[in-house]
Write a protein that binds this ligand. Structure first.
Ligand code: ADP
Length: 514
């Protein structure tokens, strides 16, 4: 790579590629962090909703405990019917059992509910929860009633304990609650109100994968990550998830979308940079070719000029006596002059093409005539240089619409190249013919040929093959084939090359038939 290109590549790397990469890495890190923050906020909000369900169940039981205490403190002779009526409002409450501070059983509501196994289980639980009882009583003395769970029975009944103060005596109350009913009947209305059509709220028994209660009966639970224990129900959990897309999903989706955007942007930027670099590279190469062109053309002009002036000087000095030699010298001068004008014409022709000033006059043209007329101009110099030229005209060729002068130019250019790039085998064959809807003229030589790699570029302006010695030593402008290509484009025709290095080339110009 030449040094100015290397500088541009380094500049692009420093100004575009590195910042893009740093930005992308930073942005991707940021996205991850954002996703985590959003998910944390989301989780906190869901937790807050579950908190409010727990708060609500605490309120319910707390309210019930106050009403129980009130009815116990009523000065009615028998409080049992009143308590019975109170508890019958809560189908989830199986029974209320009362004990004194020494854990002596006092009474139960409903009265009939006296299950000795249950009673002994409750007494054992109360015994092992001495600390909790002590705390509850302390709170109670401070004027605040606290409710606490002390576990569950062997039949999965939940035991909730609280103190009441009845006629200056502290009584331990144990509510025996059916947890399933408590959730699906007592808590359900509140849960429905919270869930509406935005959330699913479900309840599980610990250790089970499927919920036994869901706020939406149609819901088929799959994955619920947000679970919290019920404060009052031991070994029961509630879970919550948003309906449709969860915020976690949304955050994930958003991160994915942003990631795709970052990758897309990087791809566009990097491919844009690559395109710019390629373009700049092409321009740098073009300017290199242009400077080569100037030196090649100067050289091409200098050689015939030197020859012409040398022969004229010799003739002028009158040293050459033989008429034959004089004729030969004049011929050389003529030949070199026509070569000079050829070079100048080509440069002029190219500059006209570049500035779009070249005028074309299309008329009905017979390709064989163009070839024959053009051959008149180069035949002499061709044979002079030892070439064997043969023309194999196609028969009954349709006429084409063409600018005769320019297609003759194109054809002469090809023959010129065939001569320039031939070595020992000096056979040049020109053929005309037709195929499909085309008429063609082709020029075949047995010269040095062109590699596949170079065949792609030989029609670019200023492009010259520099690999092979001959192509290097033969001077040229790199314009000939670019002009031919342009002429063929104007005629909506095409140029085709078949060439094998070392064995020769065939260039074919095809013109569409009207
Ligand atoms: P130039 O003035 O260099 O001949 P052209 O545009 O006519 O410019 O050709 C471009 C390049 O293609 C040449 O430099 C030469 O290497 C290659 N080329 C063209 N014609 C032939 C041919 N008949 N045989 C081998 N190489 C050729």
């Amino acid at each position: 790579m030449n040094s100015s290109l290397r500088k541009i590549a380094l500049l692009i790397l420093a100004v575009i590629i590195l910042p893009v990469l740093v930005f992308s890495v930073f942005e991707i890190g940021n996205l991850r962090q954002n996703e985590k923050i959003i998910q944390d906020i989301y989780k906190n909000q869901l937790d807050a909703i579950l908190f409010s369900v727990n708060q609500y169940s605490d309120d319910i039981v707390s309210n019930l405990s106050s009403r129980i205490e009130n009815s116990l403190n009523d000065n009615k002779p028998d409080t049992v019917p009143e308590l019975n009526r109170l508890l019958s409002e809560f189908s989830a409450v199986i029974s209320l059992m009362q004990f004194d501070n020494n854990l002596e059983y006092l009474s139960s509501v409903p009265y009939s509910y006296r299950d000795s196994t249950l009673l002994s289980e409750i007494i054992t639980r109360l015994g092992s929860n001495g600390n909790t009882l002590h705390q509850l009583q302390t709170y109670m003395k401070g004027g605040y009633r606290k409710i606490e769970t002390i576990g569950k029975t062997s039949r999965d009944m939940q035991l909730i304990v609280f103190y009441t103060l009845v006629k200056d005596q502290y009584i331990i109350n144990v509510l025996v609650i059916d947890p399933g009913k408590f959730i699906s009947q007592v808590l359900d209305p509140k849960i429905q109100e919270i869930a509406k059509d935005k959330f699913y709220i479900v309840a599980y028994r610990a250790g089970e994968d499927l919920p036994f209660y869901t706020s939406d009966k149609q819901y088929n639970p799959e994955k619920i990550d947000n679970k919290e224990p019920f404060w009052l129900l031991k070994d029961y959990l509630m879970g919550i998830e948003m309906k449709d897309l969860t915020i976690a999903d949304l955050a994930r989706e958003r991160t994915k979308r942003n990631l795709i955007l970052v990758v897309l942007m990087d791809t566009v930027l990097l491919s844009g940079t690559w395109l710019i670099f390629r373009n700049v590279k092409r321009q740098v190469e073009l300017s290199q070719m242009k400077s080569d062109f100037v030196s090649n053309v100067s050289h091409e002009i200098r050689t015939p000029l030197a020859l012409i002036s040398m022969y004229i000087e010799t003739l002028e000095m009158g040293r050459v006596k033989s008429a034959e030699k004089i004729k030969e010298y004049y011929n050389v001068i003529l030949l070199e002059t026509s070569r000079l004008s050829g070079i100048v014409n080509r440069i002029l022709s190219f500059s006209q093409i570049e500035s779009n000033k070249r005028k074309y006059t299309f008329s009905e043209t017979v390709i064989n005539e163009v070839v024959e007329n053009a051959a008149l101009t180069f035949r002499y110099s061709l044979e002079n240089k030892g070439f064997r030229y043969s023309f194999e005209p196609g028969e009954d060729l349709p006429v084409i619409m063409a600018d005769r002068e320019s297609i003759a130019d194109a054809f002469v250019n090809l023959v010129d190249n065939a001569m320039k790039y031939s070595t020992e085998n000096k056979d040049i064959t020109v053929r005309t013919g037709k195929y499909d809807n085309y008429v063609f003229v082709e020029v075949e030589d047995h010269g040095i040929g062109i590699s596949d790699k170079n065949q792609k570029f030989i029609f670019d302006k200023f492009y010259r093959v520099t690999e092979m010695n001959l192509a290097n030593s033969v001077k040229g402008s790199g314009l000939g084939l670019a002009i031919v290509k342009h002429i063929m484009d104007i005629h909506k025709g095409s140029i085709y090359v078949k060439s094998t290095p070392g064995s020769g080339s065939l260039f074919r110009l095809s013109f569409p038939v009207k």
